[in-house]
Ligand binder design. Sequence first.
Ligand code: SAM
Length: 272
Amino acid sequence: MSTRRPLKALGQNFLVDNNVIEKIVRSADISPEDNVLEIGPGRGALTVHLERLAGRLVLIEFDHALARQLKYRYEDNPRVTVIDADVLAVDLADLLEREGGAARWKVVANLPYNISTAVLFHLQEVRDKLSRMILMLQKEVGDRLVARPDCSDYGITTVLLGLWFDIRREFIVPPGCFQPCPKVDSAVLSFVSLPGPRVPVGDEAVFRKVVKGSFAMRRKTLINCLKAAELAPVDDLRGMLAECGIDGQRRGETLSMDEFAALSRLLSGMAQ
Ligand code: SAM
C-alpha cells in the first residue's frame, strides 16, 4: 500500500497497532453471513481482516490513490466492492440495497474525525439497513454519545442517535496507536440498531427540532429556547410543558429522552 504522506485534510491517521486492530475486528463479531461496510479503509489495516471474515465487503474511500490501490488488491475477489467516493455524497440506502438486497449490514470504520458527526447522521438515515456498527471516533465525540442528562457532554447527538441505537464505549485508543499520531485520544464505540425508536416521538422531524432547539442556547431556560425555535406559540408551549410535567425554567440539557419524546408527541399532534 501507498507510503505517500498521509493527508491531513482527509483525517488520515492510520492504525498501526495490531492489538487495537484485532480488538476492533473482534468487537464487530463478523461471520461469513455478514455484509460489512467499511468507511475510509485507507491503507487497509482493518480491511485485510474484514475481507477474510465477511461474506460481502463494501469499501468507500475518498482518497483516489488509495481507492485505486484497494481496487487493484481486490480485483479478483467478487465479494469485495470498492467505491471511490466521499461517503457523505453516497446514497447509502441505494448502495446497501444494490449490494446486499434486504440483508442488514455491519459498519466498521476508523472515521476521519473532521466529518465523523456528519457520517453518524448519514448512517442514522439508513439505520433500518444496519445491525451493528463499530466506529472509532475522537474520544470527546464518543463521550457525548454515551453521556447522561444534566452533564456538559449530553447534547443533540446523544439524544438523536440514542433514539435509534444502543451505544456503548468499548475501549479508549491512545494517540500512539496511529501514524501520524493525532493530538487527542480516540474511542471505539459499538452501536446496536434498535428495532424501532427507543420511545415513540410522533413526527421525527418535530422531535429533531425540539431537541436541537432545546440545546441551541445552553445558558437559557427551556421555555426561552423553545420559544426561539418557533415550535408553537409560547402559551401553547407552556401548556404542553405543564401537561408533560416539565418545568419550563429548567435547562434543555436536563431533559431525559422520555421527556423530549413526550413534548415532541404533543407538538406533533398540534402540527397535524
Ligand atoms: N481505516 C484506516 C485505518 O484504520 O488505518 C484509515 C482510517 S483514517 C482515520 C480515515 C480514512 O477515511 C482515510 O483513509 C481517508 O482517506 C478516508 N476518508 C476521509 N474522508 C472521507 C470521506 N469523505 N469519504 C470516505 N472516506 C474518507
